[in-house]
Write a protein that binds this ligand. Sequence first.
Ligand code: 4AD
Ligand code: MG
Length: 483
Amino acid sequence: MFNKRTKIKALLTGSHTGQIVTAMGWVRSFRNNQFIALNDGSTNHNIQVVAELGLLDDATLKRITTGASLKVEGTLIESLGKGQTVEIKATSVEILGDSDAEQYPLQPKKHSLEFLREIAHLRFRTNTFSAVFRIRHALAFAVHQFFNEKGFVYLHTPIITSSDAEGAGEMFRVTTLPVDGSAPKTENGDIDFSQDFFGKSTNLTVSGQLEGELGAMAFSEIYTFGPTFRAENSNTTRHLAEFWMIEPEMAFCDIEDNQNLAEEFIQYLIKYAMENCADDLAFLDQRLAEEEKQKPTNERQEFGLIEKLKFVTDSKFERITYTEAIAILLDSPAYKKKKFKYDVSWGIDMQSEHERYLVEKHFKKPVIVTGYPAAIKAFYMRLNDGCEPGKQTVAAMDILAPGIGEIVGGSQREERLDKLVARMEEMHIPTHEMSWYLDTRRFGTVPHAGFGLGFERMVQFVTGMGNIRDVIAFARTPKNCEF
Ligand code: 4AD
Ligand code: MG
């Protein structure tokens, strides 16, 4: 058996001290022809391997270079040196894979995040990215744990669909028809998708919600957690063309229950990371603090990373209506001094500068905004009763987070068949193609609600990473699909 080893994280706990151990990993650094810092990705801390002079011949020593992979055997002993409590006194060092020092792009020094994005296939081997991706893993695990504890059913909704859940039309087409102009045409010259693989026009899903609602109408409570795709041409630090979304959907649930669940969920995820990734968070906290020091004082963030996370788990989110949010913006010094690029009035789709003002300047904590104008929201959101004429709102909710902006979007759904159909017709959504969706309102409809949490934005919030491209393994953004 080859893989009889102990992970470095376990070795560093010290519980194996005095034993003969085997470790495997990649060389982070090698000094004085004697001290190897070895890392296997189980923790950011390296184990020091001491190869006493004379143990290895010159040819082997030359091959111990940064990035090379090793199998090390020896005794785990208490370390006399600074910086580690235990180390391996090697009895054998086997080189599993060489790494040409001249060519290996990762040197034991600080590289910029931009440079590391270009070598995303190797960046997992850096302290920053291994911390980020271990935290991402922990958060994904916590998502399942949270919903499993509550008895939600994990529903795998399809990736390829023929509907546009958000009605926004920003979709990637899926087709097997030729793209060289020879695709079959209909009588009026359009491409004839009836001859396509699925016999109709299809796309990658933008959201699993509509299918999620079908599940909720049987299991009461479901969630999805999968990739979603949006062909929006937004080159920002918050947008990906392929991102992961968690979408719970609950029957017998209104907009207030929905807000309560979303707040509890976000706080649960943060607490889980704080309890299970303390080491990695401490590293990122330190990293961010150093980054902040480079900035002018007036641009520095008020809180450190861990401080911020603790604050968010300890305080209740602010809850306001869209109408109140607009009033706050109109009354703000920023508005009065014409600091906003985009104008403010009731009915606007708030821009990120407005959202950031609300959370970062005004409330200084996460804010849940409800009751958005119907005109700027999706067809499935429940119309609020008793609105002023010309100011029809829907039971929508967005959660805005400091430094991130919108992290959650959700709503109570329109469960009244007549109102839903009328809204769909108004918005030119073909009801005959959505008859499966309308069936839930025909047969035992109930008040229900749900939301979508953007997983990468959540990982950004917890890790403090400024660019969304740095919290997903291989980012897909406009004009960029490497690896
Ligand atoms: O607000 P959105 O568009 O809502 C929906 O898709 C609903 N169907 C959710 C539901 O009610 N079940 O997207 C939800 C969240 C946003 O709040 C944001 O966090 C994230 O998904 N998101 C993106 N994340 C990264 N890149 C993008 N291009 C994103 N677009 C949305
Ligand atoms: Mg949204």
